[in-house]
Write a protein that binds this ligand. Structure first.
Ligand code: HEM
Length: 277
C-alpha cells in the first residue's frame, strides 16, 4: 500500500481560495507518482481519441515553448506525435493547458492536451477565458476568475506555484469528461465496499509563466488513491470527516457530495472499525 503523495483534506475542506504555494523547480513534474498507473492508458487515449483530448488554436510558438520546458525535465519524447505539446504530454501523467493572454486582457485556454478532465469537456471549454472556464464553480465567475487573472498577470517567469483540488469518486477512472456515470455507479454501490471502491481524487495543479511568449502553462496531475489508503495515517479519518462536514454548502452541492453521504459514512465507520470491515 503506497503512501498517497497528496492528502489535501489534512488542510481542511476544498474551497475556492487559490491557495497557491511556491515550489522548487526540482519538484515540478518528477517524480511522477501516477506514471505507472496512467501513462500507457494516457498515450493510448491521445492516439485513439485525439479529438477528445487535444485542441489548439493559433498557439504554435506557445505550445513549442511549453513543450520544451516539460521535455527539458523529462528528456526527449519517445515515438512521433503530431505536435510538440502532445509529445511533451506523452512523457508525464500531467495534463498540459496553455493559457494565452489576448489583446482584451483575458487569459484563454488556447491549447491543451487534456486526458484526465475532472468532469468537464475540452470541446466545451476550449478557447474560453477564465470566467467561462469557472462559470459553474460557486463564486467562480467573475470573482475567482478575476483573482486568477491577477495572479497570471503578476506571475514572473521562473516562479512555480502549486495548488490542489480534491473530491471523492467511485472507481479510479481518470478520463472522466462527465460525472454522470460516476454518480450512477455511486448510487448502485454497496456501502460495504465503500472504503475500497471510493477513491480520493486529487488534482495537483502547477502554474508557471514562460519567458519568451509570456504563456502561462497550467499543469494538472490527477492522483488517485482508494479511501482505505488515504485514511490509513494517524488522525486521517478524523481530519477527513471534519473536512467533509465543514465544506461550504455551495461547494458541497457543486461537487455532488450529497450522493456520497451514505458511502462516506460507511467508509469512515469501516476505517475506524477494521475488524468489522
Ligand atoms: C490559480 C489558478 C486556478 C484556481 C485557483 C482554480 C480554481 C478552481 C476551483 C476551486 C475549481 C472548482 C473545482 C473543485 O474544487 O473541484 C475549478 C474548476 C475548474 N477549473 Fe480552475 N482554477 C485555476 C486555474 C484554472 C485554469 C488555468 C484552467 C484552464 C484549463 C481551469 C479550468 C477549470 C475548469 C474547466 C474547472 C471545472 C469547471 C466546471 O465544473 O465546469 N482552472 N478551478
Amino acid at each position: 500500500m503506497r503512501r498517497p503523495p497528496f492528502l489535501p483534506f489534512l488542510d481542511g475542506p476544498p474551497g475556492i481560495a487559490p491557495g497557491l504555494k511556491p515550489i522548487a523547480q526540482d519538484d515540478w513534474l518528477l517524480p511522477d507518482s501516477e506514471a505507472g498507473a496512467w501513462l500507457d492508458a494516457k498515450r493510448a487515449l491521445m492516439t485513439r481519441q485525439r479529438k477528445d483530448v487535444f485542441a489548439a488554436l493559433e498557439a504554435d510558438a506557445e505550445m513549442a515553448e511549453c513543450a520544451a520546458a516539460v521535455l527539458a525535465v523529462t528528456g526527449p519524447a519517445s515515438g512521433t506525435w503530431p505536435t510538440p505539446l502532445e509529445a511533451a504530454s506523452s512523457m508525464v501523467s500531467d495534463d498540459l493547458c496553455v493559457m494565452i493572454r489576448g489583446e482584451d486582457g483575458l487569459w484563454r485556454l488556447r491549447a491543451a492536451s487534456l486526458c484526465a478532465p475532472t468532469y468537464w469537456q475540452l470541446a466545451v471549454k476550449f478557447n474560453q477565458p477564465l470566467g467561462g472556464l469557472h462559470n459553474p464553480v460557486p463564486g467562480g465567475d467573475p470573482g475567482l476568475a478575476r483573482r486568477i487573472s491577477r495572479i497570471f498577470d503578476g506571475l514572473r517567469p521562473g516562479m512555480l506555484l502549486e495548488r490542489c483540488n480534491w473530491s471523492v469518486q467511485p472507481g479510479a477512472d481518470r478520463f472522466t469528461p462527465s460525472s454522470a456515470p460516476l454518480k450512477a455507479l455511486a448510487a448502485g454501490m454497496d456501502a460495504a465496499d465503500a472504503l475500497d471502491q471510493l477513491h480520493l481524487r486529487v488534482e495537483r495543479q502547477t502554474i508557471c509563466k514562460l519567458p519568451e511568449t509570456g504563456t502561462v502553462l497550467f499543469t494538472i496531475r490527477v492522483v488517485m488513491d482508494p479511501l482505505r489508503t488515504a485514511l490509513a495515517g494517524p488522525g486521517h479519518v478524523d481530519a477527513f470527516e471534519a473536512a467533509w462536514k465543514q465544506v461550504d454548502p455551495a461547494m458541497y452541492r457543486y461537487k455532488g457530495w450529497q450522493l456520497y453521504e451514505r458511502l462516506i459514512a460507511a467508509a469512515l465507520d469501516a476505517a475506524r472499525n477494521p475488524v468489522r470491515s
